[in-house]
Design a protein around this ligand. Structure first.
Ligand code: NAD
Length: 507
């Protein structure tokens, strides 16, 4: 990259968003934000220290009494307006996502839509907050249950869906009457700041939604400050485990979604063209940087040779280029470091003895030489003990394992550390039914490669892909962001007039 080219791009200095105001990071630390398509620094992001993070929690705590006592109908109306603004600004938001993440424009638009669906879901929040009422649970006694907000909630989110993953969290939290502090990924923070401005335009009062940029120092405040009641996290498994144990130990409810190695089982009776096409999108869409990407294909019986035959030419022909390209099918990886890590995994796979059927390490690229690009890779004859199978690579690298039958495929999936999503491709209903019943994963597809639940269902994995009992958005999201209260009441003139010393039973 030439110095002249470097100087041609203005470097923007980003801010935090606290109490309805942009707050600068003067005097503090900053991190670089890159355009992955060019490799150039485009922004500097302030990294909040503990004091600044506490300032955001204070703003959220101050806004809580007003917002939590606003009627659910009024809160829903803010969400209706936010939804309109999202739709009107979808293109701009997608452009912002692509400029820091690298994903293709249409893929970024898809991310915006999936986030918007959560907003649509919470436009009906009054219906979901309706309690339960039982008349006469005892003589002259009524009982009812209601859901109340948890308080100040925090969200800590990953780089790979800088708009959608925050929107898995804050629309539900806000609609339920909570206030929120979001700590987005420091790799692509601009989408979160854009969302904060749209929420403000939608009429959300100051302090109800705050964005703190930063890294571990900011996160540690959110995990330990006694004013934070709930923490939602999405990211890698080691960090998810740390978030879960630390925030739980500080008395907070936590949902911490971690990493994945999603398996797709291909039965010999599957339509092989369909399966191969499904695998292409699922393994290489968004350069494999999706928590629901398929990164392990398990070919059963004679499916193996046919699958590789159908898949390999398509992977070789993948068009790689920037988000702005009309023809690209796959964009760059997010950072130079991540690209280097993914390439190291490809080197490792070769050393481990897997067959590298397609080597995308030096694939031709439409974009600039400085961009963080690599092509798609396929390994065949991968075995269970190999690190390229056991570990999450989070790049455009698909590993193919071969097994004799469905039970062996199931054992493989179930023995893996992660259990986020999985899929089976088959024409046989019995195989599909057996798989759905016995597989240990939170989200299962039958001839659907990426079974991401819609906003009105809940999203989450099993095993070390999720720490905590509740999934995100949908009914579990409402449960997570509300506390249940059950009331038992009678009027004084119908109450007993003498003391009772035995365990009360409802008569
Ligand atoms: P990451 O774990 O590195 O970072 C996630 C968030 O945690 C970021 O905001 C980051 O600033 C913060 N963080 C990082 N290290 C920390 C530390 N030591 N202490 C406190 N906070 C820390 O994840 P990433 O690289 O941004 O995202 C990719 C990962 O996210 C992959 O593992 C992917 O599978 C996972 N992911 C999972 C899901 C899911 O639904 N299960 C969805 C999206 C992404």
């Amino acid at each position: 990259m030439s110095r002249a080219a470097d100087q041609a791009v203005p470097v923007v200095t980003l801010e935090h968003f606290i109490d309805g105001q942009p707050v600068g990071g003067a005097g503090g630390q900053f991190g670089d934000v890159f355009d992955p398509a060019t490799g150039r620094v485009t922004a500097r992001v302030p990294l909040a220290d503990a004091d600044l993070t506490r300032q955001a929690v204070t703003a959220a705590a101050r806004a809580l009494p007003g917002w939590s006592s606003t009627t659910s109908l009024r809160r829903a109306r803010v969400m209706f307006r936010f939804r309109e603004l999202l739709e009107n600004n979808a293109d701009e938001l997608a452009r912002i996502i692509s400029s820091e993440h690298g994903k293709l424009h249409d893929d970024a638009l898809g991310e915006v839509t999936r986030g918007m669906e959560v907003v649509e879901f919470v436009c009906g929040i009054p219906q979901m907050l309706k309690g339960e009422f039982s008349e006469n649970v005892g003589t002259h006694i009524d009982s009812w249950s209601l859901r109340q907000p948890v308080g100040v909630c925090a969200g800590i989110t990953p780089f790979n869906f800088p708009a959608m993953v925050p929107m898995w969290m804050f629309p539900v939290a806000l609609a339920c009457g909570n206030t929120f502090v979001l700590k987005p990924s420091e790799k692509d923070p601009s989408a979160a700041l854009f969302l904060a401005r749209l929420l403000q335009e939608a009429g959300l009062p100051a302090g109800v939604f705050n964005v703190v940029n930063g890294a571990r120092e900011a996160v540690d405040v959110l995990l330990t400050d006694p004013r934070v009641g709930a923490v939602s996290f999405v990211g890698s498994t080691p960090v998810a485990e740390y978030i879960y144990t630390t925030a739980s130990a500080h008395g907070k409810r936590v949902q911490a979604l971690g990493g994945a190695k999603n398996h797709m089982v291909i039965m010999p009776d599957a339509d092989m063209d369909q399966a191969a096409n499904a695998l292409m999108g699922a393994a290489y869409g968004s350069a494999g940087e999706r928590c629901m990407a398929i990164s392990a294909a398990v070919a059963v019986g004679e499916a193996g040779d046919r699958l590789i035959e159908a898949l390999a030419p398509m992977v070789r022909d993948l068009v790689i280029g920037p988000a702005s390209s009309k023809t690209a099918q796959m964009g760059p990886l997010v950072t130079r470091e991540h690209l280097a890590k993914v390439r190291e995994y490809v080197d490792l796979g070769v050393t481990e003895g897997a067959t590298l059927v397609v080597d995308g390490r030096n694939a031709p690229v439409e974009g600039e030489a400085g961009g963080f690009y690599m092509g798609g890779c396929v390994f065949d004859h991968v075995t269970e003990g190999m690190r390229i199978y056991r570990e999450e690579i989070f790049g455009p690298v698909l590993v193919v394992l071969r097994v004799d039958d469905l039970e062996s495929a199931l054992r493989l999936v179930n023995d893996h550390e992660f259990g986020n999503g999985t899929a089976i491709f088959t024409a046989d209903g019995r195989s599909a039914r057996r798989f759905v019943h016995a597989v240990e994963a939170g989200m299962v597809g039958v001839n659907v490669p990426i079974p991401v639940p819609m906003a009105f269902h809940s999203f989450g994995g099993w095993k070390r892909s999720l720490f905590g009992p509740l999934h995100v958005h949908g009914p579990d999201g409402v449960r997570f962001y509300t506390r249940l209260k059950t009331v038992t009441a009678r009027w004084p003139d119908q109450s007993p007039t003498r003391a009772e010393y035995t365990m009360p039973t409802m008569k």
